[in-house]
Design a protein around this ligand. Structure first.
Ligand SMILES: [Zn+2]
Length: 120
């Protein structure tokens, strides 16, 4: 992978992390507000619990994605980023932008999935 492509992907990932961080902050704020609110009756309580659950999952998913991106950036720093672990060919830039943690090229990934041992 050339330096220019790596730079582009790094920039994309760093932008994504910044947005995720902001989103996490908003979700956490919202969760805290929900928890602080008086819940009047059991119907409201059910709605609140559901919202709480959804928000909690959102926070969790955001964190998981941030960790994945951090791992991708770390591999980039080590210099073993963007190379297929199966065939050693470079992984397409578009694929890396969509799936920063991909460790296989699309061809190898599809072959694996067809064999029924799908993993990214
Ligand atoms: Zn491959």
């Amino acid at each position: 992978m050339d330096a220019r492509t790596r730079g582009e992907i790094r920039q994309h990932l760093e932008g994504r992390v910044a947005r995720l961080r902001e989103r996490s902050r908003q979700l956490e704020d919202h969760l805290e507000r929900l928890e602080a609110e008086e819940v009047r009756d059991s119907a409201d309580k059910a709605v609140a619990a559901k919202q709480d659950d959804l928000l909690g999952r959102g926070v969790h998913a955001n964190r998981a994605e941030m960790q994945q991106i951090a791992a991708a950036l770390e591999r980039m720093n080590r210099g073993d980023y963007g190379v297929c672990s199966e065939c050693g060919e470079p992984i397409a830039k578009a694929r890396l932008l969509a799936e920063p943690n991909a460790t296989r090229c699309i061809g190898c990934q599809e072959r694996l999935e067809q064999r029924g041992s799908a993993a990214t």
